[in-house]
Design a protein. Sequence first.
Length: 99
Amino acid sequence: MEIKKAGMAGTLESSDAQVTVEPGDGRIDFELDSAVINQYGNHIRDVAMETLDRLGIDNVKLKIVDQGALDCTLKARIEGAVYRAVDQYENLPWGGAIR
């Protein structure tokens, strides 16, 4: 999949994450803003990279503003932002690409 435009999913509410994806510069640029970055930053990054890999995304700017989201929420927010960014609004394989 190729990111065509910016896409966003999620909120800044507690226990959620706001995820923004934009077309990349030939690589994955990852930015994380989280109050728990010292404790969970590496894990959040691993979840994000695994999710992008399963979606077939390797050229993207990914920004996550984490408010204590669980892994399943992070995956769903990344998946939602990516599908919005590639203009795929029908026949969505929700949960199919991400396990």
